[in-house]
Design a protein. Structure first.
Lengths: 289, 490
């Protein structure tokens, strides 16, 4: 090492590189840094041996520990299901839906499961709080097309409405205008009749003209007084709740085009205990009967 | 190194302070410091403080405090699983963390006041770094002997004896470290339970982790890093300069009395010279490796060991004690001018720190003594904000959380004050007319989902104020939470 270049001022060997006369000192790396670096090297080699590390053509090196996050998750899910098995069994074995609500522990379990299931499966249409949108019923209020009892709700969830489930219901409201069943004037008169039923501003003469028409065309489903029929999913026309809007234009549109809202059947997609939990949850939103 | 020559009757040390200002270059390897043993009043005080502080630290978690059934009986417990902090008669919930903030403010104000009055007393006597380092040095002295023997051993070749001494010392150090880490975890679990589980291998991973971590930090900080923690890692040495002033009592070398210094032979006259005999007893006793005679410096933790070292020398040479002692810069100036000495404790900064301390302590005391044992949180449903029912009435839903901070189960009457015609119901509660009774378990939060319905005729506007209150049916303690009832604007 005869050509060792030592900086006269600091007494430190230089790297031999010079820029504009400035030379770089060859100070050693900090010892702590060097130690950490060597530890990292040893660590990484140990890691390659023990853990999945290197990608290959058709896979990757598995490592001696055969670690797999995917399997860990599967294990955790199995463990979670095992931990919940007791509550799930009690939910399924409950003699009635009411019995679930009456058992505080079971009710709490159903509510917790229901809240999460609702967010995953129902909130897309019915809203995060079940508040609904036009055409998608609000689940908090007391107006139920098909009934708001625990079993009614469970049936609606399990079979859906106008779905592909064999147990589902397929009643529809006819498109009186589009299909040419009634004339424009008749539909206009009927609109005033429905406005009258719900105590809204209307043309008395038009409503009077439509009375026989209502009895003939609408009463079969909506009832002679327009209070609806839950066996057919026909809404009450005398209250203030309107799934598709209760103003004159909306009612006219409903009469002209008909209505047939759909909900998918969840039996088969969700487990029986999930449907039970969801029913209890929806029932507890505030409108349950 | 330590060539001791006898000049007269005083042992003189031919050494230079390891961390003297002249030697403080930016890059240099640490020179080990071998503080020499001293005897005296401050050394005794430091032993007492060490016994007190370490005793409190190691034994406090074992103190029991009866709180009632279902409650932990540990006087001080940070219960993460149950999210509670227990401190004797006080039980703090996570939402009351401001009490801890208050405690921290008190601690810092206390530190400010103590520093303004007596300099770095925290650093010198009670800081864990100082206390454990002191203990580790004591162990080192017990195993390897005092300063000169230690230096000799450090320079000696590796013999069986040296290995035996070093191993003994490190084993004891590690044992102290483990006791430190072990005591730490006792504050977070029931002490007798976790102690048993710890040795049976049943304790949670965190217990072993934190025990190992604190074993390691104690061993490294007090064993090998020592004064470097204070000088390089701790911000306090930098902050203290702004907290002290000319009237702060600090460990001081009274240069006005000591200079000019020089060796003194027994029988020589003391005329025309200072009292410092350049024996460097203060230097060799210093655990920070500095020379106090160079004036106040960042490295000095005011541990007062140099006072004892110097006093014993002054006794031997027959001069008054206190050449190094607690003194103020102002008094040095007064002595130089021949004025009367005094210590001024009532200064603007001490008055401000003191009154702030009293103020914060009073606020804390008031808050703690008048602390409510029931709180009420009312969370109004936002989706949907209101529900129109088929008869045109409007319903709002609220989640009412009754926080019962008392340990016993209590029954509360739930009242809703609002427009006439309010109808109240709740999910899963059988309310009997106006008697709406809710039972909340001890030390627990009771949640009630409340439905409030207002008939269409009673709705005044888009938002009407209502208030929810709960009243303890026995004591009458009340908590009120105002909220609003929303309806469609009309």
């Amino acid at each position: 090492m005869a050509d060792k270049d030592v900086d006269a001022h600091s007494g430190v060997e230089t790297t031999g590189h010079a820029w504009d006369g400035i030379k770089e000192l060859n100070n050693p790396l900090p010892r702590w840094w060097l130690i950490v670096f060597y530890i990292s090297v040893v660590w990484s080699i140990a890691y390659w041996v023990l853990m999945p590390a290197w990608p290959g053509i058709s896979g990757y090196t598995k490592g001696l520990r055969n670690h797999s996050e995917r399997e860990n998750v599967a294990e955790q899910i199995t463990a979670l299901e095992a931990a919940r098995a007791d509550d799930t069994r009690r939910l399924l074995e409950a003699p009635s839906m009411q019995a679930i609500e009456n058992d505080p522990g079971l009710h709490q379990f159903a509510m917790a499961a229901g809240a999460s299931l609702f967010g995953d499966n129902c909130a897309t249409c019915h809203g995060a709080g079940g508040q609904g949108f036009k055409g998608y019923p609000n689940l908090n209020d007391d107006a139920w097309l098909w009934g708001g009892g625990l079993d009614d709700i469970r049936r609606t969830i399990a079979y859906g409405r106008r779905s592909d489930h064999p147990e589902t219901t397929n009643t529809v409201m006819l498109a009186y205008g589009r299909d040419g069943i009634l004339s424009r004037d008749q539909i206009s008169d009927l609109t005033h009749y429905v406005l009258d039923l719900s105590r809204q501003e209307h043309d008395d003469a038009a409503a009077e003209r439509a009375a026989p028409l209502f009895a003939q065309q609408c009463a079969a489903c909506h009832g002679a007084a327009g209070t609806g029929d839950r066996t057919q999913g026909a809404p009450n026309l005398t209250d203030v709740i309107w799934l598709y809007g209760g103003d004159r234009a909306s009612i006219y549109e409903t009469l002209w085009n008909g209505r047939a809202g759909v909900m998918p059947a969840w039996e088969g997609r969700l487990s029986d205990e999930a449907i039970l939990a969801l029913s209890v949850y929806v029932h507890s939103l505030g409108g349950g009967e | 190194m330590s060539v001791n020559e006898l000049t007269g009757d005083v042992e003189r040390h031919d050494v230079e302070a390891v961390n003297a200002p002249a030697k403080r270059t930016l890059y240099k390897a640490r020179e080990p410091i071998h503080p020499k043993r001293v005897k005296g009043a401050f050394r005794r005080l430091k032993w007492q403080v060490m016994v007190a502080t370490l005793g409190v630290y190691y034994l406090l978690p074992w103190v029991r405090w009866t709180r009632g059934p279902g409650e932990p009986d540990q006087a001080i417990l940070v219960d993460f699983a149950g999210s509670r902090f227990y401190f004797f008669m006080i039980e703090i919930w996570p939402d009351e963390l401001y009490y801890v903030t208050g405690l921290l403010i008190l601690a810092s104000l206390g530190l400010f006041l103590a520093t303004a009055l007596f300099g770095r007393v925290w650093c010198g006597y009670t800081c864990p770094q100082t206390v454990w380092t002191d203990l580790f040095v004591a162990v080192e002295r017990m195993v390897e002997g005092d300063r000169n023997k230690r230096i000799k051993l450090a320079n000696a070749p590796w013999t069986a004896d040296k290995i035996r001494k070093k191993v003994t010392k490190h084993v004891i150090w590690l044992f102290i470290g483990m006791a430190t880490g072990g005591a730490w975890i006792l504050y977070f679990h029931d002490a007798p339970t976790i102690a048993r589980e710890f040795f049976l291998g049943q304790a949670p991973f965190t217990a072993y982790f934190y025990c190992a971590l604190l074993t390691l930090t104690t061993y490294i900080f007090a064993g090998s890093m020592r004064e470097q923690v204070c000088t390089y890692m701790c911000p306090w040495p930098r902050i203290q300069a702004s907290l002290t002033d000319a009237d702060t009592l600090q460990v001081t070398y009274k240069y006005d009395r000591g200079e000019p210094r020089g060796p003194h032979k027994k029988g020589d006259s003391w005329e025309g010279r200072g009292d410092c005999v350049s024996c460097r007893a203060c230097v060799v006793s210093c655990p920070m490796g500095i020379d106090i005679r160079e004036g106040p410096q960042l490295e000095c933790i005011n541990c007062a060991l140099c006072i004892d070292a110097c006093d014993s020398i002054m006794d031997k040479v027959g001069r008054p004690r206190g050449l190094i002692g607690y003194d103020t810069d102002a008094n040095i100036a007064r002595r130089l001018k021949g004025e009367k000495l005094r210590v001024n404790f009532m200064r603007p900064r001490t008055v401000v720190y003191g009154s702030m301390l009293v103020l914060v302590a009073s606020i804390m005391l008031f808050a703690l003594t008048t602390r409510a044992t029931v709180n009420l949180n009312v969370i109004r449903d936002r989706t949907p904000p209101y529900v129109t029912l088929s008869d045109g009435s409007v319903r709002n839903a609220y989640t009412v959380k009754i926080v019962n901070r008392a340990n016993a189960e209590r029954t509360f009457r739930l009242d809703i004050d609002g427009p006439d015609g309010l109808v109240v119901s709740a999910s899963g509660e059988a309310f009997d007319g106006a008697r709406r009774l809710v039972t909340a378990g001890g030390d627990a939060v009771r949640s009630v989902r409340l439905f409030v319905t207002l008939p269409a005729s009673a709705i005044a506007g888009a938002s009407s104020p209502i208030s929810v209150s709960v009243t303890d049916t026995v004591t009458g303690e009340q908590a009120v939470n105002p909220t609003v009832f929303l309806a469609e604007g009309r």
